[in-house]
Design a protein around this ligand. Structure first.
Ligand SMILES: Cc1cc2nc3c(=O)[nH]c(=O)nc-3n(C[C@H](O)[C@H](O)[C@H](O)COP(=O)(O)O)c2cc1C
Length: 265
């Protein structure tokens, strides 16, 4: 850790996803240091370490990832893309070599490995951010899972869970707030809020989120075209988190989990 590394509370308080990057490359030693710390400092189910990280820095290969990530510009701009994979392939090879029973080629195995991959991903994000670099996750990984797995030549029981872009920030976006803390915390048992409380929880978000989308000419035009009049409607429209796309991609995900050995017929 360098002396200028901010303390964790400050790091969390200043987090923003960064989607625009300078062309400047990232020092190879710094990448190795951050990923090493992320691995060493992350809890791991059974300490099985059932994840892998695939680094993409080659321009031509990034261009293909750009296509697979729904042409998000940040993939082309960022000098580094890291794909975090749920990986029981390595463990299972080791088990086989020692004559142990096979396991983890099942749905629990998928979840165990996926959780490990997400834990190390967030640690890596904090490590990069602590050094002044910017990151953004890409949920498109889930929607292109099979194609990304093929492109990265992932073996059976190894699948991408999430990806991040990393680079030197070329923007300084404002901090985005979260729902109020009371929305997340329940004492002793789940307490479903009354309708009025639920409305209060979302009140600020509805105003700010709608204003943010309406400030973007492309989204404003799409909202008008689709007859969208509220933030909630946006979130399950054709524009964002389309339920039909989710249904189709969920079916594809099930098939991918089967094809890659994480889910039996
Ligand atoms: C799993 C995951 C997937 C995400 N996928 C995308 C993505 O595909 N494209 C994108 O621009 N941002 C993506 N984000 C970033 C979120 O939009 C962002 O974290 C959220 O809007 C809050 O903003 P902040 O990170 O600046 O606080 C993703 C975040 C997470 C955790």
């Amino acid at each position: 850790m360098t002396p200028t590394t901010p303390p964790l509370p400050q790091l969390l308080a200043t987090h923003r996803s960064i989607r625009s990057f300078k062309p400047q490359p990232i020092d190879a030693d710094l990448i190795a240091e951050v990923l090493g710390e992320a691995v060493a400092g992350g809890s791991s189910s059974g300490n099985l370490n059932s994840f892998s990280m695939v680094l993409t820095q080659d321009e031509a290969r990034k261009r293909r990832l750009y296509e697979l990530h729904f042409e998000q510009e940040m993939v082309l701009q960022a000098p580094l893309v890291v794909t975090f994979c749920a990986d029981f392939h390595r463990t299972r090879r080791w088990l086989a070599r020692r004559g142990a029973r096979d396991n983890f080629n099942n749905l629990i195995g998928w979840h165990v490995a996926a959780f490990d991959a997400m834990i190390v991903a967030q640690n890596a994000c904090l490590g990069f951010e602590a050094r002044g670099l910017g990151i953004c996750y890409m949920g498109t990984t889930l929607h292109s899972m099979q194609a990304i797995a093929d492109f990265l030549e992932l073996p059976p029981t190894c699948l991408p869970v999430t990806s991040i872009v990393v680079g030197h920030p070329a923007e300084d976006p404002p901090k985005r707030d979260r729902l109020p803390l009371q929305a997340f915390i329940h004492h002793e048992r789940y307490q479903d809020p009354a309708d009025a409380e639920l409305d209060a929880i979302y009140a600020d978000r509805e105003v700010k989120g709608w204003a943010r989308y309406m400030s973007m000419p492309r989204l404003k035009a799409l909202a008008e075209q689709e007859g969208i009049t509220s933030l909630a409607q946006f979130y399950t429209s054709k524009v964002k988190y389309d339920p039909d796309t989710f249904a189709k991609d969920s079916a594809a995900l099930r098939e991918t989990l089967k094809a890659r050995g994480f889910l039996q017929e």
